[in-house]
Design a protein around this ligand. Structure first.
Ligand code: HXC
Ligand code: NAP
Length: 263
């Protein structure tokens, strides 16, 4: 589907969970993959995993909230692997908390990572994109359009990410750059689900709210990322594409809120 040979894929926040699964999906196609996040240990482990797929990989550290650090890490990736063909922006933070239980810094930390961080990554990567033909994939969440209790910060931030997808698809389309959002649903064995499903005994109830009757996997997300980056998606830009088994269609937010609260 996606031929990675000779392509450079950069995954921001690509050192664990869904984003690392996406990075591995690209590595398996023969693409050269760069990843970065805050923790050097996570970066080292991710690079080792990527290299095990038989491709070239590079890793660096940066906090996406810091524009200078983002510019430096992008330069490092480009110096190592050349212009970027596919950019995946997935760094994110989450914790369940009521609005009344959050300080300004708490709300701002999630908006800072998810939304401002995405802006930094896309804004400063643009000059390094292999244009025309480059593809950008923002990793969003159903919270972008499903209001969820205990998730006011994430809902606001991810709604912003999806609007960034749409506005930059408008601005950058004429320069041959496609911008789309990939929206994972409940994905098993991830930090995000571990944090949100406070009462683990409710996992069965959660699965009943998914039309396809199972949690997703990181491979489900990786396959759709490969599609979005491929020539099969050459006329797809500004799309918000759920990879959620139909979970966000109806009622899921109420069930999820109950699961999170353990009720
Ligand atoms: C209220 C909280 C809190 C909580 C932290 N804070 N946890 N407030 N309830 N449970 C507050 C802190 O007290 C602090 O405010 C502020 O948030 C910042 O906390 P720090 O720990 O200093 O921030 P930082 O080190 O920058 O870490 C950011 C983080 C952290 C978001 C808080 O959890 C993180 O690094 N997360 C990255 C990994 C992650 O979350 N992965 C899941 C992504 S899943 P004060 O006022 O005390 O200074 C996802 C969607 C899943 O995004 C969707 C599933 C369907
Ligand atoms: P995860 O494993 O915690 O992934 C988050 C990644 O972002 C990590 O590599 C983390 O590494 C990095 N990161 C966090 N804060 C950062 C910062 N300030 N600067 C740079 N990198 C940072 O979580 P996940 O559950 O797989 O989620 C991955 C993506 O999928 C997120 O965008 C999330 O919103 C989305 N999503 C997840 C689910 C789900 O079911 N899990 C559902 C919907 C959407 P460091 O800690 O080293 O920085």
């Amino acid at each position: 589907m996606f031929d990675g040979k000779g392509k450079h894929v950069l995954v921001a926040g690509g050192t664990s969970g869904i984003n690392l699964g996406i990075a591995e999906g690209f590595a398996k196609t023969g693409a050269t993959v760069s990843v970065f996040s805050r923790s050097q240990d996570k970066v080292d482990a991710a690079v080792e995993k990527l290299i095990a797929h038989g491709t070239q990989a590079w890793g660096g550290t940066a906090d996406v909230r810091d524009p200078d650090a983002v510019q430096a890490v992008l330069q490092g990736a480009v110096d190592a692997n050349g212009p970027i063909d596919v950019l995946v922006s997935g760094a994110a933070g989450n914790f369940p908390a009521p609005a009344l239980g959050m300080s300004s810094n708490a709300f701002g930390s999630v908006v800072g990572i998810d939304l401002l961080g995405s802006f930094h990554v896309l804004r400063f990567a643009f000059e390094h994109l292999n244009k025309p033909g480059a593809s950008i994939i923002n990793i969003s969440a159903p919270q972008a359009w499903l209001p969820m209790a205990l998730q006011s910060h994430v809902c606001a931030a991810k709604a912003g990410v999806d609007m960034l997808t749409k506005t930059l698809a408008l601005e950058w389309g004429p320069m041959g750059v496609r911008v789309n959002s990939l929206v994972p649903g409940p994905i098993k064995d991830t930090e995000g689900m571990d944090r949100l499903l406070v009462d683990k005994s409710k996992a069965g109830e959660l699965i009943k709210t998914v039309p396809l009757q199972r949690m997703g996997t990181v491979e489900d997300c990786a396959d759709v990322a490969l599609f979005l980056a491929s020539d099969y998606a050459r006329y797809v830009s500004g799309a918000i594409l759920p990879v959620d088994g139909g979970w966000s269609l109806a009622g899921a937010q109420i069930a999820m809120s109950h699961a999170m609260m353990g009720s």
